[in-house]
Design a protein around this ligand. Structure first.
Ligand code: GLC
Ligand code: GLC
Length: 832
């Protein structure tokens, strides 16, 4: 058999993915930065940086969908005699004697070797710093003295990434830079309303520089052969207008065996209004000098890097499993958690498929992302919940997205997605269970960011539930609005105009009968959570949380509220059983006219995954066999080689009353693609039903490490993370992966494996143990930090798929399956 081409492999000890061939089937990227300053970096050092917001504060320029792809980034050109090469192969593409890219936890190391010289660049953003460090080590491995000419390269973006790409009549006249020693400052628009600038520095004396792109590259040259580099002669150009860049020129002599480090620093600075200038037209560089001084030696940089590694050690020590199965352990212990941090930070804004200008933070997306992240840094999750809730409207509806820089709801997209409110409960409950911090419910949170409109977060949860109850349709099922989780099921849109966006065009909701079974299931799941939360508060009210500050909560009758909501949940369950069951599976929706969607009666798309996932998680009609039948139908109709498709059969024609969903070609995206995001819903349904074998086989199909081989050529995208979509069985090219990194799949995969398969579930009073495993599973141990406790939990499955027989805590058998929380170290033995 022909050996399949491989581009890389996992290195678990270093928590890295090692790419050994620069010509991957698609750029395989990584993310740098953890809080404010971020960068995207590909395996050939392509990509860009921004401060907080990839749209409004883009620091370096990137051209999406370019030819060749992934063109533009931080490039080092090394001119050794007549040979010019880059450590990451691109853009010169000079064949290298050795190439390697190691993507690790918030850092990337790219190494190239050519003609006896090794160049290795470590890229990372130090903790709490607004800068990307690029530590370049040049080493002479030959027997002769090397006289090298080194050119760095970054291209400035004129801040707003959207206008940067379109408003050339202005842009070509605004660019401004300053040069001081070895630092190039980018100060476009600083003179008027901006109080920020960027700089690119190197910690050595330079022998020249360039800041004007056309001069550096040459009008008819390319990044692959910039004229300055090819001639080996900088021009010391000073950009005015046009396209400012930053390039240092350094002459490097290396004796045989000698190596030298250079620290390059791409930084971002904000100044107070009255301290903007040090002289007329001259930017105040005090803060830049201070930042540079913190990172201007190899020792300082190495220390900052060690701190970053310790930070990740600590994060990844919160939940650690040892199953003896490397493929599972590496996803649980490393890559799945890492991807969760990235999705928490970026929502769906900036990847190599999301251009950073389209979408900010999604209301539903960010709440889901939170569930994958909350155990890592709970205080950040807490702030996120408040930020998200602050974009809610007084009637419980929500802005669908908000901008991370301003935290304001995004008017372009607006609201009206009727699943959105429920997700706030999903996120908040996860936070409280992880931390035991009920005080978040007492936080005063505005509506639509309007000062003076604040009510407690708990009241936001309440109006969220009420928003569903107040928007029921003719079958007493939730009205869908613009769409539910499936952005493309636009049942009130009716568009024939190709210039309209399905998401924002008029929502003809007057007289609509369009109802969603997905929201129905979501409402039941989150409604049960809400009821349990109210009951828990009531229980604690006389005990632990006698001191809610706000008067509303002090006097609120939580048990009456629990009762009220339980009734609504029961009614919803009845409505689903009566009007939402098709015989072998749950319906998906009713359209504007009240016709069934996702029914055996339909010509195409007879069954959809979302309602199977949510209604089985909600256990609706389990007693009547509905859950088991629905799960079986998923296996029968939705499952294929690469996972479960979203709907089956795919739509082959555009259906006016369904909206965007039927506009996609068969097998892609929301039209019968394997939308990885919702596979875990069915897997959790399987787990709740106790069907461990089925749960596992669905899970393994979309677990990157299990299908790493497929990623190398078929899936194409990064083999260390999940992608949003793998082309489904009806597609032209089934199995192709697209839209990697920024997908709710990360959080859902985490939630599924950590809580439902391995069965370690944070709960109000402690940790609930409830695994659901394939019969073949062996003993395993989970180390879980939880609040101020640390548990070492060993599970003995004994061939059982589900059902805990006994739990022993520190040598004592306990009643039930919840390990009661108490600070300190504990050992737990679980027999199934
Ligand atoms: C994308 C969106 C998400 C939506 C999903 C399905 O992943 O970010 O909000 O739920 O598509 O349409
Ligand atoms: C498109 C995409 C969908 C995404 C939506 C967000 O409809 O297909 O996945 O959620 O845009 O705007």
């Amino acid at each position: 058999m022909e050996q399949q081409k491989r581009y890389g492999h996992f290195d678990d000890n270093n928590r890295e993915y090692v790419i050994t061939d620069p010509q991957t089937p698609w750029p395989w990227i990584n993310y740098l930065g953890n809080e404010d300053f971020f960068s995207l970096i590909s395996n050939t050092a392509g990509g860009y940086s921004f401060y907080k917001d990839a749209k409004f504060r883009r620091i370096t320029r990137y051209r999406y969908n370019n030819v060749p792809m992934d063109n533009g980034g931080r490039y080092f050109y090394i001119k050794d005699g007549d040979t010019v090469w880059n450590p990451g192969w691109k853009p010169c593409k000079t064949p290298l004697d050795f190439y390697e890219c190691r993507h690790g936890m918030s850092y990337t190391r790219v190494t190239g070797r050519k003609n006896g010289v090794e160049a290795s660049v470590l890229f990372f953003v130090p903790l709490k710093k607004w800068a990307e460090v690029q530590k370049l080590t040049l080493k002479n491995e030959s027997n002769e003295v090397k006289n090298l000419k080194l050119f760095s390269f970054e291209e400035w973006c004129l801040w707003n990434a959207a206008t940067d790409m379109e408003n050339f009549q202005r842009n070509f006249s605004t660019g401004e830079v300053e040069i001081e020693g070895s630092t190039i400052y980018h100060k476009t628009e600083y003179r008027e309303r901006r109080n920020h600038y960027a700089f690119y520095h190197v910690n050595t004396e330079i022998q020249g520089f360039d800041t004007d792109r056309e001069t550096f590259v040459g009008l008819y040259n390319e990044f692959a052969d910039p004229q300055v580099v090819m001639e080996g002669r900088p021009r010391n150009s000073h950009a005015h207008g046009w396209s400012p860049i930053a390039s240092h020129y350094i002459e490097v002599t290396l004796k045989p065996g000698e190596s030298k480090d250079f620290v390059f620093l791409l930084g971002y600075i904000e100044n107070e209004q009255d301290k903007k200038f040090s002289a007329p037209q001259v930017i105040n560089k005090d803060k830049a000098h201070a930042l540079i001084a913190e990172l201007d030696t190899t020792a300082k940089v190495d220390k900052a890097f060690a701190e970053l590694c310790e930070y990740w050690d600590a994060l990844l020590n919160i939940y650690k499993v040892r199953t003896g199965n490397d493929k599972l352990d590496r996803m649980v212990n490393i890559w799945n958690q890492y991807q969760c941090m990235v999705t928490f930070n970026f929502s769906r804004s900036a990847s190599f498929f999301e251009s950073g200008v389209g979408r900010g933070m999604g209301f539903r997306d960010s709440n889901q992302d939170l569930v994958g992240f909350v155990h890592q840094i709970p205080p950040r999750a807490r702030q996120r919940i408040i930020d998200i809730a602050s974009t809610q409207f007084p009637d419980g509806g929500c802005y669908h997205q908000y901008q991370p820089l301003t935290k304001r709801g995004n008017n372009d997209i607006g609201g009206g997605f009727n699943d959105d409110p429920c997700w706030l409960i999903f996120g908040t409950v996860a936070y409280i269970k992880e931390t035991g911090d009920f005080s978040i419910l007492d936080e005063m949170v505005p509506f639509d960011n309007q000062p003076g409109s604040e009510v407690t977060l708990f009241e936001h949860l309440k109006i969220s539930m009420d928003h569903v109850i107040k928007n029921l349709g003719p079958h007493m099922l939730p009205l869908i609005g613009r769409a539910d989780w499936n952005d493309c099921l636009n049942l009130n849109c009716f568009s024939w105009d190709p210039n309209e966006s399905f998401q924002t065009t008029e929502n003809v909701s007057e007289g609509t009968k369009a109802e969603s079974l997905m929201i129905a299931g979501l409402f039941v799941v989150t409604g049960k959570d809400y009821v349990a939360l109210c009951n828990k508060i009531e229980e604690l009210k006389n005990g632990k949380i006698e001191n809610f500050n706000s008067s509303t909560l002090k006097s609120f009758n939580f048990s009456a509220e629990a009762e009220r909501m339980q009734k609504a949940v029961d009614a919803m369950i009845e409505a689903v059983k009566k009007h939402g069951w098709d015989g072998e599976w749950y319906l998906r929706a009713y359209d504007f006219y009240g016709n069934k969607i996702g029914s055996n009666e339909c010509e195409e798309a007879k069954i959809f995954i979302e309602s199977q996932g949510w209604c089985t998680m909600a256990e609706i009609g389990a007693e009547d066999g509905m859950v088991a039948k629905s799960l079986d139908s998923c296996k029968k109709y939705l499952e294929c080689e690469h996972g479960m498709v979203l709907n089956n059969p795919a739509f082959t024609k555009y259906i006016y009353e369904y909206g965007e969903i039927s506009s996609y070609p068969e097998g892609y995206k929301e039209n019968a693609g394997i939308f990885c995001h919702n596979n875990p819903w069915v897997i959790i349904g399987e787990c709740i039903a106790g069907r461990g074998n089925d749960a596992w086989s669905h899970y393994a199909k979309i677990l990157p490490s299990y299908v790493e081989e497929k990623y190398q050529t078929l899936h194409k995208v990064e083999p260390y993370v999940n992608c949003q979509m793998v082309a489904g069985k009806d597609a032209f090219k089934p199995g192709e992966g697209k839209n990697s990194w920024l997908t709710g799949t990360a959080a859902w995969m985490w939630y599924t494996v950590s809580e439902f398969i391995l069965g370690i579930k944070p709960d109000y009073d402690g940790i609930r143990i409830d695994p659901c495993l394939p019969e073949t599973a062996g003993d395993y141990t989970v180390n879980r930090k939880f609040r101020d406790a640390e548990y070492e939990i060993t599970i003995h499955p004994n061939g059982q798929q589900k059902g805990v027989k006994s739990v022993t805590l520190d040598g004592q058998k306990i009643d039930g399956t919840v390990i009661p929380y108490s600070a300190g170290k504990h050992t737990v033995e679980v027999v199934m």
